[in-house]
Write a protein that binds this ligand. Structure first.
Ligand SMILES: C=CC1=C(C)c2cc3[nH]c(cc4nc(cc5[nH]c(cc1n2)c(C)c5CCC(=O)O)C(CCC(=O)O)=C4C)c(C)c3C=C
Ligand SMILES: [Fe+2]
Ligand SMILES: [Fe+2]
Length: 323
């Protein structure tokens, strides 16, 4: 491979505010919630609601939530994604140049593609870190990458990592990770609960495979663990009907039944606000408030050894013919 015929790998996750303050959260939410793939309401109706009610109230509340999970390395999502890219670079060595980007906020996808190209990458694998395909996540990464290429005279060749909801490498990594999490507890939970990010119910009827792929993941993981895995969908936003059952209602039901529970979020490649605050902090409170006994939150794959082995496997497979 010559210096101007290198292979690039760009890990992409959702994005996160630059700081846990209302102004930064507002900037982030304005970009995120203006994406037509995320909120599928005509812009002429949606923008006044977003600019009016939502962006005047939510940033303050969300900033407080972000402040509870912020670390010295910054937002957990940003720090973990950076660590994943660094470890994947170490695993791949000279075979490829690895970098990371965020769909919303920084580092931007376009600038990251330019940086890889400037370093000699003429072939780039874009890897959206979403195990389950969703138009609001997977497709919008491809949209952003392709929109950037539309501005270039000299384009790199692009490949996209497909979703991996039932891939053996992913299920295997989840199994190791969940079993290690359970082994570290001082109780044996009655219920294993897999919480996936929610979506409006209507996207399912419109043909989005997200719901079915979440169910596939949970079924395959349950088979691998030899233990039932319950499924719930979290983070409802807005007034429309979202996928059910809802995580908060499920935790309240399990709590009221006097169960003990271990909850985890296999749809998130990295721990973030939605897992560390919504599940580990607020979910625990909801569960205990309903009368639940023991509760444990098990971390995402993050940059753990099984998580990195999985990423390397998926990426190497997708680079076949290029490497
Ligand atoms: C209509 C609104 C939203 C849709 C649709 C949606 C889909 C979706 N999101 C993720 C992953 C993440 N979402 C995160 C935060 C977050 N999500 C929404 C709204 C929708 N998400 C909001 C308003 C927020 C911001 C936080 C808040 O104000 O509550 C995050 C965490 C980001 C972080 O900084 O830590 C992730 C990750 C998926 C996978 C998904 C569809 C499948
Ligand atoms: Fe979200
Ligand atoms: Fe949330």
């Amino acid at each position: 491979m010559s210096a101007d015929d290198r292979i690039g790998v760009l890990l992409v996750n959702l994005g996160t505010p630059d700081a846990p303050d209302p102004a930064s959260v507002r900037r982030y939410l304005a970009q995120f919630l203006s994406d037509r793939r995320v909120v599928e309401i005509p812009q002429i109706l949606w923008q006044p609601i977003l600019r009016g009610a939502i962006l005047t109230t939510r940033p303050r509340k969300s900033a407080e939530a972000y402040a509870q999970v912020w670390t010295e390395a910054g937002s957990p999502l940003a720090a973990i994604t950076r660590a994943q890219a660094e470890k994947l670079q170490a695993a791949l060595g000279d075979a490829a140049l690895v970098s990371h980007a965020m769909r919303y906020g920084q580092p931007a996808i376009g600038a990251s593609i330019d940086a890889l190209f400037a370093a000699g990458c003429r072939r780039i694998l874009i890897a959206p870190l979403y195990p389950q395909y969703c138009a609001a996540t997977t497709a919008t990464v491809a949209d952003a990458a392709n929109a950037h290429l539309a501005t270039l005279r000299w384009q790199p060749a692009l490949r996209f990592l497909p979703p991996y909801p039932d891939d053996g490498a992913y299920i295997g990594a989840l199994k190791i990770s969940v079993e290690a999490g359970l082994a570290a507890l001082d109780f044996t939970p009655d219920v294993l609960l897999a919480s996936f990010h929610g979506m409006p119910e209507r996207t399912r009827a419109l043909g989005d495979p997200y719901h079915d792929q979440c169910r596939d993941t949970a079924r395959r993981l349950s088979e691998a663990l030899g233990h039932p895995v319950e499924v719930a969908f979290q983070s409802r936003f807005g007034r429309a009907k979202w996928l059910e059952p809802a995580t908060d209602a499920t935790l309240a039901r399990l709590g009221a039944a006097g169960s003990s529970v271990a909850i985890f979020a296999p749809g998130f490649a990295a721990d973030c606000l939605e897992t560390l605050e919504e599940l580990a902090i607020r979910g625990k409170e909801q569960f205990a408030g309903a009368g639940g006994r023991q509760f444990a939150y098990l971390p995402c794959l993050n940059d753990s050894a099984p998580g990195m082995t999985m990423l390397e496997t998926l990426v190497r497979r997708e680079l076949a013919g290029w490497l």
